[in-house]
Design a protein around this ligand. Structure first.
Ligand code: PMV
Length: 361
């Protein structure tokens, strides 16, 4: 599929004066990390993530026809409060996607959005937020052109969401999404995410992700700054090669259900992501002392019980604890008795693998 195929062609006969659409889009947690990009928001390596279920963003757009406008006219509310400081990011997003969804220039918008996870939990909401907003806009396209196939709808949604936030490309579908072209993964593309089409072993069904909120503050390093750090990074090229090799390894592991191998790939990916930040210029340590306390406790628990619990990290201090459905009781007991003490205000979120975005209205 070429980018030109994703440009809206006004073949519609339908007229759309005003209305509203609501979508709920999930967050995702990368198993193989995307870190490093080139214009326009294209990844330097392929990545794969579990789509989450509970952590999501709910967005409604109200639209009404106005005079065609060079700059798209909108107001944005976050949790019922007008948020003008969110505008520049969305303006930039509209600017980027306008060539593919030109009809948006004919409307005024009111965007109302909220997250299902607590505000300032330190969890990035850009993936779920950009995915939900994109899907609302594409519902307008479907209203104008009801013939658009589901396949094209979801592909275009991932393509556009990517232009808002790279990892948002992986927040449209589920339970496992690949983004980034990879020679061993059929139909994979830098332009949009695709559902992982390989065999997935029973062990990974209903996999759990409990997020330990170690640091609920603002991100110390924004994604934009972080990705840019890879531009002149001494280890960048080796890292991109390694990530693509890990994609092959994890595809095999997902098939065989080998949990020990899954653990070693996933934890190594998390630590490599942080190593990249520690060895860039300027350099950052995004883990906090409690992040390390948690990691050490997980390793000790695994050693003692032979559990298949493991951790992964985003570009921050919070820890995602991944474990199979059949260990949920023992791991939950362990989390409560030994790990919660390291969370800010004892806060944590229980999530699991989900199946993608849903239209609410
Ligand atoms: O989508 P961005 O630009 O916020 O980048 C996210 C990068 C990581 O979360 C650190 C890794 C990933 O693949 O999700």
């Amino acid at each position: 599929m070429e980018q030109n195929d994703l440009i809206y062609k006004p073949t519609h006969s339908k007229i759309l004066e005003d209305g509203s659409f609501t979508w709920k889009a999930p967050s995702n947690i990368a198993l193989i990390k995307y870190w490093g990009k080139r214009e326009p928001q294209l990844p330097e390596n392929a990545s794969i993530s579990f789509t989450l279920d509970a952590c999501s963003t709910l967005t409604t757009i109200n639209f009404s026809k106005g005079l065609p406008n060079e700059n798209i006219d909108f107001d944005i509310y976050f949790e019922d409060e007008k948020k003008d400081d969110f505008k520049p990011k969305i303006e930039k997003f509209f600017e980027r996607i306008k060539q593919y969804v030109p009809y948006i220039s004919d409307y005024n918008f009111v965007i109302k959005t909220r997250n299902t996870f607590p505000h300032s939990s330190g969890i990035a909401s850009s993936a779920s937020g950009m995915a939900a907003l994109t899907l609302c806009i594409l519902s307008m396209e479907k209203a104008l052109n009801p013939d658009i196939s589901d396949e094209l709808f979801y592909k275009k949604a991932s393509f556009l969401a990517r232009l808002g936030s790279g990892s948002a490309a992986r927040s449209i579908e589920g339970p496992l999404v690949v983004w980034g072209e990879h020679h061993k993964i059929e139909n994979s593309s830098d332009l949009f995410g695709i559902k992982f089409s390989g065999t997935v072993h029973e062990n990974f069904k209903n996999y759990h992700d409990t997020i330990l909120l170690v640091d609920k503050g603002e991100k110390q390093v924004s994604s934009t700054v972080g990705h840019n750090l890879m531009n002149n990074h001494s280890f960048a090229q080796q890292r991109f090669v390694q990530a693509n090799e890990n994609m092959i390894k994890i595809s095999e592991t997902l098939k065989t259900g080998d949990l020990k191998s899954f653990i070693s790939i996933v934890e190594s990916e998390a630590l490599t992501l942080h190593s990249m930040m520690m060895t860039s210029h300027p350099y950052f340590i995004l883990m906090k002392p409690n992040t390390l306390e948690i990691i050490n406790k997980i390793w000790a628990f695994r050693e003692k019980t032979n559990s298949n619990i493991c951790f992964t990290l985003d570009a921050g201090a919070n820890v995602h604890i991944l474990f199979p459905e059949k260990e949920k009781e023992s791991v939950n007991d362990f989390i409560i008795s030994e790990l919660i003490q390291f969370c800010q205000n004892n806060h944590y979120i229980c999530d699991r693998v989900g199946f993608g975005a849903r239209q609410i209205q």
